[in-house]
Ligand binder design. Structure first.
Ligand code: ZN
Length: 341
């Protein structure tokens, strides 16, 4: 019980990409880059195993960014047509590409890294994809004229890739939906439907990750204005509980999320964020264990999976390794205290 996992992304080594950036430039190109991506994937699998992570990931070593890594393999997107758009409800502005025609998956997006990861670990393997609502919040619409129709087109493309990943031997497919914490009404009216379309027919475990974003300034400023209690999850958890998705990954440590909201996820596995990715300060096992124990008051312990709040991509590598170890040690401590194996 209390098997550990991460939200997905891990820092890229200095020989692969620029450091401490959300959109790092690659250091290599062509076949040398492909080889370096494979090597970094294997290295992180070994590090996750050594630090005691139970359900491991490829660390997103083969993609530049969690949304655009997938979009690069999708037809119908004009990357030359960049538009400035206020994303996450105008929290920050970004230059985004345009959907200029019908959306379809050109060819498998992540087969190389999924197969490389599967061949190099016997542990359960998790793989992440961006969720449809977050994708349409990160791209301009020059074709559909309807946000929901565009989201459903991306969901179909995501589903095709997800089915391929499951065939590659991936055990858990997680869709990242930070937009679920921004457009709470849309989640109920079409966000869950788009997510379920993306996960349709998958026989492996399915998960959704909903967070308050990476530790960048725009997010930190936004969080400061959310008040003493962050209740965004209150609107989305009941609809998620009624959905076909198996697991929900959420932000917990150092956030103002009232833990009793976790009760709204009745029947789901809960990936409880016990590692803060917005701070380089490494948590003590004691601190991690206390977050797990607090969550265990609201979620059956057999449904709890200690996890990170969000991806660790922009973090110094040695800090990320120390935090993975703290996560595993904290889970072990919580197991002893709660008297579970
Ligand atoms: Zn996140």
């Amino acid at each position: 019980m209390l098997e550990t996992t991460t939200a997905g992304s891990l820092p890229k080594p200095g020989w692969l990409a620029e450091q401490n950036k959300l959109w790092p430039a690659w250091r290599l190109e062509g076949e040398a880059l492909a080889e370096a991506k494979r090597d970094a994937t294997v290295l992180w699998l070994k590090t996750q195993e050594d630090t005691g992570i139970d359900i491991v990931s490829d660390g997103e070593q083969s993609r530049q960014h969690f949304v655009h890594g997938f979009l690069a393999h999708v037809d119908g997107i004009d990357f030359g047509r960049q538009v400035e758009m206020g994303i996450r409800n105008n929290r920050y502005k970004a230059m985004v590409p345009t959907a200029a025609g019908p959306i379809s998956l050109r060819a498998r997006a992540h087969a190389m890294e999924a197969r490389a990861a599967r061949a190099n670990t016997k542990r359960r393997l998790k793989f992440t994809l961006p969720g449809p609502m977050t994708i349409v919040d990160t791209i301009a619409d020059g074709h559909y004229g309807d946000k929901v129709a565009m989201a459903m087109a991306f969901a179909a493309a995501l589903n095709e890739e997800a089915r391929g990943l499951a065939e590659d031997g991936v055990d858990v497919i997680q869709f990242d939906e930070p937009a679920f914490n921004v457009y709470m009404e849309d989640v109920a009216t079409w966000g869950i439907a788009a997510l379920e379309r993306a996960a349709q027919g998958l026989v492996c475990k399915t998960a959704v990750h909903i967070c308050y974003g990476y530790g960048i300034k725009a997010n930190i400023d936004w969080k400061a204005g959310l008040g003493a209690e962050w209740r965004q999850y209150e609107a989305t958890f009941p609809v998620l509980a009624a959905s076909s998705i198996d697991q929900v990954s959420l932000e917990c440590i150092n956030s103002h999320v009232p833990l009793r909201l976790l009760q709204l996820l009745h029947g789901k596995d809960v990936l409880v964020g016990a590692i803060d990715v917005a701070s380089d300060e490494v948590e003590t096992p004691e601190r991690v264990a206390s977050v797990i124990e607090d969550a265990a008051e609201h979620v059956p312990v057999e449904r709890l999976f200690p996890c990170t709040n969000c991806g660790m991509a922009p973090m110094p590598r040695e800090v990320a390794v120390a935090k993975l170890r703290a996560l595993a040690d904290g889970a072990a401590l919580a197991r002893r205290r709660l008297g579970v194996a």
